[in-house]
Write a protein that binds this ligand. Sequence first.
Ligand code: ADP
Ligand code: MG
Length: 272
Amino acid sequence: MSEPVVRIDNVSKVFHQAGLFNRGPGFTAVSNVSLAVTKNSTLGIVGESGSGKSTLLRMVLRLISPSAGRIFINGADIWALRGKSLKAMRREVQPIFQNPASSFNPRHTIRAILLAPLEVHGIGTAAERRERIHTLLRRVGLDPAIETRLPHQLSGGQKQRIAIARAVILGPSLVLADEPTSALDVSVQAQVLKLFSDIKYDFGLTTIFVSHNLAVIREVSDEVAVMRQGEVVEQGTVDQIFDDPQHPYTRELLAAVPVPEIMRNKEREPQS
Ligand code: ADP
Ligand code: MG
């Protein structure tokens, strides 16, 4: 098998309370996690609030450093990258967060928000940039005229469509999504998930998708890892995890969700 796009190798994260002279043992948010994501597949990471999902994703995004272990993207140790190769990696790896309002500058128009990555990486002429933005806005189901608006003038669903557009505008190979639909109403959530899946396919993306919502994880994932208190307690294909869970905790999680909830989301074709 070829080298996975992402390889998480025995990664841990221990948080220490700030300002203490005598540092205690600290709090282990992620403990000895090893995972791999193969090209063009989606790894879903599911677990209750506080299980360490976001912390793990933030380490893959290189926003916080692991206390132990290594993370490889396209074969390169992301903490060993410097200069040009670090910039190239940043272009390849794009995030989508739960609350786009907090990752958009509230005073920047949608156009400025989408233009920024193209400018940073020196891509295209002014006309080409405008064209790429308009094409992408249409692709995510928005009228290009929306580009003159500010983030607060958009609905939650529209903002997540912009977040998806921004994530793919540089043609990344890897998109890391942290609860991207959790703040949306259920009907809008289904539309945004459908868009995410279509875009993933069109752009040939490899993705990690973090959610506490089992129905969402079932819909988007090829492989699933179940996290509990910082550890991955079980991993497998989506069918293994949902149809034949082995770990008692996975069974407990599944039992806590009414079956029709999971099935309905799986079977219903979301409107878009
Ligand atoms: P999840 O995304 O699964 O809800 P998180 O990764 O956000 O979980 O958090 C896992 C645990 O780590 C939680 O107990 C949280 O309080 C703790 N934690 C997260 N970030 C920090 C931090 N910067 N400092 C201290 N503790 C943190
Ligand atoms: Mg989280």
